[in-house]
Design a protein. Structure first.
Ligand SMILES: *Cc1c(COP(=O)(O)O)cnc(C)c1O
Length: 486
């Protein structure tokens, strides 16, 4: 399996830079040298026989079977060992790893949030930590990860890299602007390779510092700076696995009676921000998984819903991004979207360059009607919801099924159910991806059901643990000095 850039490969190309690369080569890279994103040269296909075999697999076995198709330059035994060490009951709470919960006939929640930070990013990041460690060790390299968080996603990166050899994490967060829960989750980590830095300023200040430090090319090279951002291909690959798992879990009963057991289609509802999670679902469908609809759900920040409705992609300015009660979906642009558009334009890199040039100049682009036809044919439908919708959905699901969902999941369920109502038949299983545990978002839960969510046992313990963090001014120079001295 080789990887190409969404913007490169326009002949004549610079072979040293633009040649297709192996998985290990792109693992630690962010953008491709031409500014594009890496995608597989082609999507591997899964046959009916293979689907039948996969249906019987445990999660780690399934993960290995699927990831092997995308990763062929790490020795098989090593990959297997890393996958098995990642997807354990100890880390994800049960041998299912991703439990599927039935709400009623043909309505399911796929629980992606049993990992150490109670949100779906753990599924990919827990594996990423091991992949990074192994690849760095082989090349005798080191990496300093510099990131910024408003509180919801930084912890997943820290928990994936804690204790890993050759890796240090410097995570900036705004001082006194996180919830107790968020602060405890990050600041109680005692690992020597994790550095929590509370910045006297806002989240935007933190992001600006990361940008400024990265712009100092010399410093970046000298201190081997890197990131674990959502465009990392390995994260997408690891997320493909649970679409297969969710498919098998939701078709288990009916298909045992069917002659062709994988004929049945399933729809997935996915709360979306950077288009990483749902892109993995799209790729699963391209591989041959019988997916009917990919139901894309946004909150008030509806950049993507607008695209699927109109064919125009218009990222928002920072000042246009609303702070909502599903904060991990508050995005200005969808960083993984380019990978999907690459297919929409039939992988024409010239057209990609043209679109992204237009984006830079005019702040938006519109695709042609034939391109929009391919969008319509690719299985996506989209909707957006508001805070009022989220609260109403959390309450309704709680009252009807006695299941408490978080505000992000509620965005997905709101849009998912509205499509289910519209479709003539309810016989197609709808699987709603559950992306965080309600305990992380107590205020919204309280608003919906009149009381706070239960804290998971492991987290009650955090309350008494000492916190370990540094406080620094919102000044790039101070951060550079800190990294240099650490
Ligand atoms: C990151 C995140 C999302 C959005 O996922 P994308 O891959 O960015 O689309 C949704 N819900 C939660 C809880 C998240 O942390």
């Amino acid at each position: 399996m080789r990887y190409v850039s969404t913007r490169g490969m326009v002949e004549p190309f610079d072979f040293a830079h633009d040649r297709p690369k192996g998985f290990s080569e792109i693992l630690l890279e962010g953008l491709a040298p031409d500014g594009g994103l890496y995608v597989p040269e082609e999507y591997p296909q899964v046959s009916q026989d293979e689907l039948n075999r996969m249906r019987k697999m445990a999660y780690p076995e399934l993960a290995f079977a699927i990831l092997s198709k995308f990763i062929d330059d790490i020795p098989s035994a090593d990959l297997k060992r890393m996958v098995e060490a990642t997807y354990t009951e100890e880390t994800f709470g049960s041998t299912d790893i991703v439990p599927i919960k039935k709400l009623e006939a043909n309505l399911y929640l796929l629980d992606l949030c049993q990992g150490p930070t109670l949100a779906f990013k753990d599924i990919a990041l827990q594996l990423l930590g091991r992949l990074f460690e192994q690849t760095l060790a082989k090349e005798d390299r080191q990496l300093n990860i510099l990131g910024a968080t408003s509180g919801d996603t930084g912890s997943a990166a820290e928990y994936s890299m804690r204790g890993r050899r050759g890796i240090r994490v410097f995570m900036l967060s705004p001082l006194d602007r996180m919830s107790d829960f968020q602060r405890k989750q990050m600041y109680t980590l005692q690992d020597k390779n994790i550095f929590n830095i509370a910045i006297r300023g806002t989240f935007d200040d933190c992001q600006d510092i990361v940008k400024a430090v990265n712009e100092d090319a010399e410093f970046k090279k000298m201190y081997k700076l890197g990131a674990v951002n959502s465009i990392n291909w390995a994260r997408i690959a690891a997320q493909i696995v649970y679409y297969f798992w969710g498919y098998f879990g939701s078709t288990k009963l009916t298909t045992s009676r069917a002659t062709n057991s994988n004929e049945e289609q399933v729809s997935f509802a996915v709360p979306t921000g950077n288009f990483g999670n749902i892109l993995a679902g799209y790729i699963a469908k391209q591989m041959g998984l019988p997916v009917r609809h990919l139901i894309l759900a946004t909150n008030e920040n509806n950049v993507l819903e607008e695209f699927f409705r109109t064919g125009t992609y218009r990222p928002r300015k920072g000042s246009e991004v609303a702070a909502t009660s599903s904060p991990s979906m508050d995005i200005s642009k969808a960083s993984n979207f380019e990978r999907y558009i690459f297919d929409v334009v039939e992988r024409d890199p010239k057209r990609m360059t043209e679109l992204w040039q237009g984006l830079k100049e005019k702040g938006s682009f519109a695709i042609t009607s034939s391109e929009f036809g391919r969008v319509k044919a690719s299985g996506f439908v989209a909707g957006s919801s508001t805070h009022t919708d989220r609260v109403a959905t959390i309450r309704a699901i709680y009252e009807k099924y006695h299941v408490l969902i978080d505000p992000h999941t509620a965005d997905g369920v709101t849009t998912g159910l509205s499509y289910r109502e519209k479709s003539a038949s309810r016989r197609i299983p709808l699987v709603c991806l559950e992306t965080a545990q309600p305990a992380k978002f107590a205020a919204t839960i309280h608003e919906a059901i009149g009381r706070n969510p239960e804290l998971p046992n492991d987290f009650k313990k955090l309350t008494d643990l000492p916190e370990r963090f540094e406080v620094l001014d919102a000044n790039p120079q101070a951060i550079k000095e800190f990294i240099a001295a650490a």
